[in-house]
Design a binder for this molecule. Structure first.
Ligand SMILES: [Zn+2]
Length: 186
């Protein structure tokens, strides 16, 4: 299967917001966001988050080992938001929802890693910022956010149990009210 290539660049929440505003979804347009965690690697296994070598290793995993055409769209660590599969084309991350959704991977194993303090909290805050931006730019209702494990076609318990969807939806809605008021009301 032809590999779709990756963006491979890191953004902070502000530059990610500007980046998303520069994109146009002309050939493919997602209808909702799907949240994942990497499990492996855990936070401990990536003490400084991701780097460009890690991203190339992920390319080798999805393209060469799995034989997929793409991977998830974003990898988010405690420092940055890494653009992987371009947000303007469909990715591969959740069997039922690849053609419909943006796939967002958080660094960590949130069955074990703390999701409300320290590095886990930083991952969470970057993820909420990215989801608020994507919801605003794409005109998506945050209440439609899904967890990978809600896909009946998946065998993965992903993300970990410490990721509670209702809390994240609330956090995205709050950030949108503060930061994205009046944007993209169409
Ligand atoms: Zn997943």
């Amino acid at each position: 299967m032809a590999w779709k290539n990756i963006v491979g660049s890191p953004f902070d929440p502000d530059s990610f917001d500007a980046y998303c505003h520069s994109l146009s979804w002309t050939s493919w347009r997602p209808s909702f966001l799907v949240l994942h965690n990497t499990g492996v690697p855990s936070l401990e296994q990536r003490p400084h988050g991701f780097n460009k070598v890690h991203l190339q290793n992920l390319v080798a995993f999805y393209r060469d080992q799995k034989g997929w055409s793409a991977g998830p769209h974003l990898f988010i660590d405690d420092r940055q938001i890494w653009a992987f599969t371009p947000l303007t084309v469909s990715g591969v991350h959740s069997p039922s929802w690849n053609k419909l959704s943006v796939g967002i991977e958080m660094l960590g194993d949130y069955d074990k890693d703390d999701f409300s303090s320290g590095r886990g909290l930083a991952v969470r805050q970057n993820t909420v910022a990215a989801m608020a931006t994507l919801s605003a730019v794409l005109g998506l209702d945050p209440s439609t956010i899904k967890l990978h494990r809600e896909d009946k076609a998946t065998t993965h318990a992903c993300p970990g149990v410490k990721v509670r969807k209702i809390e994240l939806i609330n956090e995205v809605q709050q950030l949108m009210a503060v930061r994205h008021t009046g944007e993209h009301l169409a």
